[in-house]
Design a binder for this molecule. Structure first.
Ligand code: ADP
Length: 295
């Protein structure tokens, strides 16, 4: 463009004269102005190109990060699937003899009903069997594909029911309970599984406050993305989650409790992910842990 303008500047020479004809002043000014506009437009285009180049670089970078995060998740899922399969086949093997032990224990309980000391031993056996059965069911639930039974449900009612189920664990530790949420909140989800999730978080929170504290449950319609239907948060005033535990919280069989299974949170996470939701765990600035679900 600039070269063309320069060529245009060259005026036709009259025959027999070496002197160039002067370009009239207004014409000169008009060309300079035009040249200015061209240079301005050129630098605007260069700026735009620069900006879109920077944007592209950023997009490529974030896509790269997303891919490596997805790869990590895929690797974890493959590892967990293998672990789940192994655990499920073991759980099946354990379940049958457990049924037998339970049956014999109940027959024995009848036989020794008049001998309190022996009856106590039989009760201990039954108690152990019950705990093992609960563990086996958890392992199987964790290993199985989750099939959702999504239907309209009142979240407020589900929260209240879960609190009822956890009441003993809460009252026994003299924990103060604080619940905040609407009296009715209709959502589309699997009521049974969401109830299980809330109960699990409540029991974990109660177990984190052996000597009492405050358990806060908040739920409601989403106020900000990415929640689509509802949010639930469960917080406690316990010791919080240790840095080592934080990284492995959702790993199957990770537990810091003497009688824990380490399957509660992995199952919770699977249920929430089956609902296309998210769960995050964090420590609160004032102390204690906080679990937040968004579905
Ligand atoms: P379990 O309860 O059988 O240990 P979970 O998967 O439910 O299994 O929990 C795994 C671990 O996460 C717990 O052992 C505990 O260390 C930690 N955790 C869970 N909830 C809390 C909480 N509210 N406060 C502190 N730590 C917690």
């Amino acid at each position: 463009m600039i070269q063309q303008t320069a060529l245009l500047d060259r005026q036709p020479q009259p025959m027999g004269s070496d002197m160039p004809l002067p370009v009239p002043a207004p014409e000169h000014a008009r060309r300079i102005e035009e040249l200015g506009r061209i240079i301005l437009a050129y630098s605007e285009v260069t700026d735009k190109l620069q900006r879109s180049h920077e944007q592209l670089t950023q997009t490529v970078q974030s896509l790269r990060e997303e891919i490596s995060e997805k790869n990590r998740q895929l690797e974890r899922k493959t590892r967990l699937a293998a672990l789940g399969e192994m655990a499920a086949s073991m759980a099946h093997e354990i379940r049958n003899p457990l049924g037998g032990i339970n049956l014999y224990a109940s027959l024995l309980a009848k036989d020794v009903s008049d001998r309190p000391a022996s009856l106590e031993v039989v009760r201990k056996i039954s108690g152990g069997v019950k705990r093992l059965e609960a563990l086996v069911s958890q392992v199987l639930q964790f290993a199985r594909e989750i099939s959702l039974n999504v239907a309209p449900m009142d979240l407020s009612q589900t929260v209240a029911q879960s609190i009822d189920f956890a009441a003993d664990a809460i009252v026994r530790r003299q924990i103060h309970l604080d619940v905040e949420g609407p009296p009715k909140l209709m959502v589309n989800a699997d009521a049974l599984l969401i109830g299980q999730v809330i109960l699990n978080l409540l029991l974990n929170a109660a177990e984190a406050m052996e000597t009492g504290g405050t358990l806060t449950v908040r739920f409601g319609a989403p106020v900000e993305p990415p929640a689509r239907q509802f949010f639930i948060s469960v917080s406690d005033t316990g010791p919080g989650i240790s840095p080592q535990a934080m990284d492995r919280l959702f790993d199957p069989f990770f537990t810091t409790k003497a009688t824990g299974t380490g399957l509660g949170l992995p199952i919770v996470q699977r249920i929430i992910e089956a609902h296309d939701g998210t769960i995050i765990a964090a420590n609160q600035s004032g102390g204690g842990a906080r679990f937040e679900i968004r579905v």
